[in-house]
Design a protein around this ligand. Structure first.
Ligand SMILES: C[S@@+](CC[C@H](N)C(=O)[O-])C[C@H]1O[C@@H](n2cnc3c(N)ncnc32)[C@H](O)[C@@H]1O
Length: 206
C-alpha cells in the first residue's frame, strides 16, 4: 500500500514537472533547475547580487542559484557549501562539499557582502515538522552571520512558513536595518516557501 502511494505520488510529481512552465523555461535557458527563477526574481526586485562581490551560498547544489549569481554579476567570488555535488563549476566558484553545521567558518579568512541560504532538510510531508526543521537550520545560519557577514551586508534565505517565523523575523530586525518578505511568481502558489531579504547588517564590533 505504501509503495503504491509513493508510486502515485511520484507519477504526480513527474506530470507536474512535465507541465510546469518554469521547468520548461529552465531547460531552454540552460538552468540546472527551476529554483534559479526564484533568485532571479529576487534580484530583479532588490538588486543585491549585482552590488555584492564576495558571496556565500549555503545549500548551493546543484547550482541554479549560482548560475543566477554568475548572470547578474560580472566579477563575483562565490563560496558554496552543500552535502551534494554541484553541477556548475568555474574559476569564480569555491565549492566545499561539507555539512555547513560542522564547518568552522573562522577558517575562511574573508567576510561576505551577501550570505544566501537555500538549505533545506529532507521533507517529511508533515508541514509543521518540516517548518521546524528548516527553522532550526536558519537559526544555525543566523548564528554564523557574525563571523561570515560584513557590516552592512545582506542575507537572503528561504523558509517554509510556520510558527517560528515571527521569532526569526524578530531576531533579524534587531541585527539588520531592513527585513522584507518576498514570494516570487516562480514559487508554486501551493508551496509554503517564502523568501526573507535582510539588508544593512549591524555587525557587533568588539
Ligand atoms: C533546495 S536545495 C538547494 C538548491 C540550490 N539553491 C540551487 O539553486 O541549485 C537544498 C540543498 O540544501 C542542502 N543541505 C541541506 N542541509 C545541509 C547542510 N547541513 N549543509 C550543507 N548543505 C545542506 C541539500 O543537500 C540540498 O542540496
Amino acid at each position: 500500500m505504501l509503495a503504491l502511494l509513493s508510486f502515485m505520488k511520484s507519477k504526480k510529481w513527474v506530470n507536474r514537472q512535465k507541465n510546469d512552465q518554469f521547468v520548461k523555461k529552465a531547460k531552454q535557458l540552460g538552468y540546472v533547475n527551476r529554483a534559479a527563477f526564484k533568485l532571479e526574481e529576487i534580484e530583479q526586485k532588490f538588486k543585491i547580487i549585482e552590488n555584492s562581490k564576495e558571496i556565500l551560498e549555503l545549500g548551493s547544489s546543484p547550482g541554479g542559484w549560482t548560475q543566477v549569481i554568475l548572470n547578474n554579476n560580472t566579477n563575483p567570488k562565490i563560496t558554496c557549501f552543500d552535502l551534494l555535488d554541484m553541477k556548475i563549476n568555474n574559476q569564480d566558484i569555491i565549492f566545499y562539499k561539507e555539512d555547513f553545521l560542522k564547518y568552522n567558518f573562522n577558517n575562511i579568512k574573508i567576510k561576505f557582502d551577501l550570505v544566501l541560504s537555500d538549505v533545506a532538510p529532507n521533507t517529511t510531508g508533515h508541514q509543521s515538522t518540516d517548518h521546524l526543521r528548516i527553522s532550526q537550520l536558519i537559526y544555525e545560519v543566523i548564528n554564523r552571520l557574525e563571523i561570515t557577514l560584513k557590516n552592512q551586508g545582506s542575507f537572503i534565505f528561504k523558509i517554509w512558513k510556520g510558527e517560528e517565523e515571527k521569532e526569526i523575523i524578530k531576531i533579524l530586525k534587531k541585527i539588520f536595518d531592513k527585513v522584507e518578505y518576498f514570494k516570487p511568481k516562480s514559487s508554486r502558489q501551493e508551496s509554503s516557501e517564502i523568501f526573507i531579504i535582510s539588508r544593512g547588517f549591524k555587525l557587533h564590533e568588539e
